[in-house]
Design a protein around this ligand. Structure first.
Ligand code: ATP
Length: 274
């Protein structure tokens, strides 16, 4: 089932239950955002600033995009209401015409403010806001300055969350990392043994014959250095290997054979072959 949220289509099923090995991150995000969104009057009363942005950083395929998308669903479930999700790749905002990138940014923040509560997610934000001195060009400088001003302007517009994701945090303009802009930074590491077990569990949850705990431990031990995306691919590949094992000539049978789903029991050897 597909559900239109904001400007992109996300799977309705993308929520925190489909994320393995990142329970501390999920707890932190709930703590950071749910309280201010549900009880904004406390922040107003005490004249304190609610957290506005969070920077996700870490190696590729470790769940940064997945978590950002799932946060909208999770906040919705917690009673915040429908959360609109705006996703942009850093480079998508860049425009060859002078001033156009800034205009696109202003329009995006305006849209997100109009339909609060909302999340703006900048994937690969390093492409949009690299260190100004490093690039040393006035175009990027002006884009970063616009982004800073727009984030500062959210002070009087509670309910807009900005998330940036990057594989190269050291290349982000330091001004964006000051308090009041991206208030928090969350590191997404390569998954540990336990986390790999959880991720494989998540990706095999809908299977009728789920891997048992010894089998799971074995696969997790054999996949040191895999990221979440590799593990998801491994699970898909294991199903294909199982299909090939149960129906060895499947590619030559055309549509003569109807695959019996109950006959497909993915075994350890399928994971190992994959
Ligand atoms: P990049 O930095 O390259 O953009 P990313 O950190 O944003 O990568 P995602 O796009 O979130 O990575 O992950 C890709 C896919 O890998 C997800 O759609 C999901 O299938 C799987 N995946 C990654 N991490 C996890 C996780 N912790 N739990 C479950 N699945 C995961």
């Amino acid at each position: 089932v597909q559900n239109k949220i904001g400007t992109r289509t996300v799977k309705e099923s993308t929520d925190f239950s489909k994320i393995g090995g990142l329970s501390n991150h999920l707890k932190t995000l709930r703590d950071i955002f749910i309280v201010p969104l549900l009880h904004g009057n406390v922040f107003e009363y005490f004249n304190i600033r609610a957290p506005r942005g969070v920077l996700f950083y870490g190696p590729p395929g470790t769940g940064k995009t997945l978590v950002a998308g799932a946060l909208a669903t999770e906040l919705n479930r917690e009673g915040v209401g429908k959360v609109n999700f705006f996703q942009r790749k850093g480079a998508d905002v860049l425009d060859k015409w002078v001033g156009e990138s800034e205009k696109k940014l202003r329009e995006l923040f305006e849209k997100a403010s109009k339909c609060r509560p909302s999340i703006i997610f900048f994937d690969e934000i390093d492409g949009l806001a690299p260190t100004r001195s490093q690039k040393n060009d006035h175009i990027h400088s002006s884009i970063v300055a616009t982004l800073l001003a727009l984030m500062d302007g959210l002070d009087n517009k509670p309910g807009v969350i900005v998330i940036g994701a990057t594989n190269r945090i050291e290349t982000i303009d330091p001004a964006l990392r000051r308090p009041g802009r991206f208030d928090r930074e969350l590191y997404f590491p390569l998954p540990t043994l336990e986390a790999r077990k959880e991720i494989i569990q998540v990706h095999t949850l809908s299977w009728k014959c789920k891997p048992n705990i010894q089998f799971l431990t074995h696969i997790a031990e054999a996949t040191s250095g895999f990221n979440g995306s590799d593990l998801a691919a491994l699970c898909s590949e294991a199903v294909l290997c199982c299909m090939k094992r149960v129906y060895p000539n499947i590619e030559n049978l055309g549509n003569k054979v109807k695959i019996e789903l109950d006959s497909l029991k993915v075994e350890e050897c399928d994971f190992m072959d994959a």
